[in-house]
Design a protein around this ligand. Sequence first.
Ligand SMILES: C[S@@+](CC[C@H](N)C(=O)[O-])C[C@H]1O[C@@H](n2cnc3c(N)ncnc32)[C@H](O)[C@@H]1O
Ligand code: SF4
Length: 382
Amino acid sequence: MSALPSVIRAAAPTEVVNRWRASLGATSASACGELKEIYRENWPTQGELIVTGACDFQCVHCIYPPEFARHNRGVSAEDWRAMLDALCEQLDMDTFVYGGRSLTTDGLRVVTDLRERRPAAQIGLIDNGISMLPRKQALVDAGVDWIDVSLDGLRPAHDLQRGRDGSFDAAVRGALWLKEHGAAQRINILTCLTELNIGSVCAMIREVNALGFKNFFITPVTVAESVRPAANLAPSEEQFAHFMRELTSTISELDDAWVEVLLFSPAYARYVADLLPEVWNSMESGRDSLVWSDKRPSSSTAFFVRYFPLSLTGIRELIVNVNGDVIVPKAMAYGLIRDEHKFGNLLRTEPKKLIRSVPDSTAFKFYMRELECEAHFLRSVM
Ligand SMILES: C[S@@+](CC[C@H](N)C(=O)[O-])C[C@H]1O[C@@H](n2cnc3c(N)ncnc32)[C@H](O)[C@@H]1O
Ligand code: SF4
């Protein structure tokens, strides 16, 4: 899914999200005009790289359909090198996330090569704690800055959501191995919150924090309507509010933990506005997000709730599919990516030219539609 901000991202100017916020009250035409201006003035700084479409898991919550690799054939490590060089040189891109879908030998070559050529770049990688196992030593040698390991609740919930018995224990063993071998400065835990695991995520945090993991990023499931995953996986408003209260009290018992709840849908933001007004009303503007934080000076524990409007995703990250196509968020849910979800291809178009064409492209309608949904959900609470 969407590339997650790591704890390392610095605070940034706030004017963009404030312009977005102001546009929610405007007419649809002027809001879309303002969104285009925002995209003309702000280019993405982070590459979300889908280096392979293959994965032998079939997690029920996954935004990718199981047959994704059949429709999406990858390009060579040399092609990736050319695309990544161009992104660094033309867009000053400085952060890259290896996000999908499993860690392959070729994928690791792309990461290792990027590390060697761009020593100052921030490079992160997401894994289920299992697919990296055959290449774990090479992963350590690659020298990435952070690794996110996915844990979706305690054993029964995780194994159910991930469709494989024993996958929780295997993922924890994988994460521990990475930590013990210094594979990256930060080994974070990522959780996709669903109706299946919402009752056990806090217990998982307690258990895994006791093993020495400090950073937890929790994202309620993203659903591409009428495509996948099943809409009924999304937690209800009441479940979410109950979870947030349980999480608050769990965090207060931990000595050293960094916990972020990351919201990408206005429906979830609305849950916070309706049921947790004390959080909603004290959210502050980040560059492309609204942020609430509880960071006590006397403790090493920090708790954040961040809402990233999907209409602004493209000023933060550029999603590059296995064949070099630059695509909109959620496009992968369709398996065979639709033409209307592609901005262009980095093997055929220079990044600068591609980025300049974004606001006037057909694919930009995705962001305009998201902006309309955001206005619909949030007008009354902004
Ligand atoms: C697509 S996976 C790729 C890496 C690896 N296969 C894994 O599962 O960690 C990246 C992250 O996106 C999360 N994810 C997948 N589908 C999602 C969805 N519909 N909503 C929110 N997160 C999702 C996964 O749980 C995982 O943490
Ligand atoms: S969430 Fe990760 S492990 Fe699960 S099916 Fe999707 S890509 Fe594969």
